[in-house]
Design a protein around this ligand. Structure first.
Ligand SMILES: [Zn+2]
Length: 253
């Protein structure tokens, strides 16, 4: 196995998966949405960002002596803010919570006691479904699920200025990450997009319920034209640190 190719559960046979579970491998589940990300990023942006974060996290966990693998991604979520835009598919909160909880419980039932959700879709109602799913797994008798949440204040303050200003949808932050992960999917039209300095987080707190009402007629915030792959690399470094720290808190050994 090469250093750059982490194990993927979907590519294992069942005896290989059984053995990986018996060896205590942490199962990372990439989670995202199918959602408008400006005129310059693909609908699957959040899924792709989570898959890349999971890939980098598996390599970092390996260096830390912790075996892990990547489970199949979940690409649907509550995404009401992008609902007016083409291609966006939002599922109901109850459906999302049940889906995430069932996947975690299913992995645990086959011996993957340690499940970690890798998320890049930051809509509060979605993050709430992830937290509800984690709680449900434990209520139903399962093991605690690890959820590194970059929206937590202690982590958010370590991220970039644009992220902290709340313009964290399809702007410089996410565009930089996708440039580092899948540059061929970033449309060159981004260079001509004017910056939109709207605090989406504040607009959400004020009761706005979709991107258009928040002032983003093209489904992006912040400054995608300023994004660089180098900044994406730096952000990934920080995000991997958040994953490793959260994994270490829940499972110190
Ligand atoms: Zn996103």
């Amino acid at each position: 196995m090469s250093l750059s190719s982490p194990r993927r559960l979907a590519e294992l046979t069942w005896p290989e998966a059984r053995d990986a579970a018996a060896a205590g491998a942490i199962a990372l589940v990439p989670i995202g949405s199918t959602e408008a990300h400006g005129p310059h990023l693909p609908l699957a942006t959040d899924v792709l960002l989570s898959e890349e974060l999971a890939r980098r996290s598996v390599l970092a966990l390996r260096l830390a002596g912790r075996p892990s693998l990547i489970a199949p991604s979940i690409g649907y979520a509550v995404t009401e803010f992008a609902a007016p835009f083409g291609g966006t598919v939002s599922i109901r909160p109850a459906t999302a919570t049940a889906l995430y909880a069932d996947v975690c419980a299913g992995l645990q039932a086959r011996g993957f006691d340690r499940v970690c959700l890798i998320n890049s879709h930051l809509e509060p109602a979605h993050v709430a479904t992830l937290k509800a799913a984690c709680a449900r797994v434990v209520t139903d008798g399962g093991s605690p699920v690890c959820f590194p949440d970059q929206m937590e204040r202690r982590w958010a303050r370590t991220l970039t200025e644009e992220f902290k200003r709340g313009a964290c949808h399809a702007g410089r932050y996410e565009t930089s990450l996708l440039l580092a992960a899948r540059p061929e999917l970033v449309r060159e039209s981004r260079a001509a997009l004017p910056p939109l300095a709207i605090d989406l987080a504040r607009a959400m707190r004020a009761g706005v319920t979709d991107f258009v009402a928040a002032g983003a007629a093209d489904a992006y915030f912040g400054d995608p034209a300023a994004a660089t792959a180098e900044e994406g690399e730096a952000i990934y470094h920080l995000l991997v640190e958040i994953v490793l720290a959260t994994v270490g808190e829940l499972w110190p050994d």
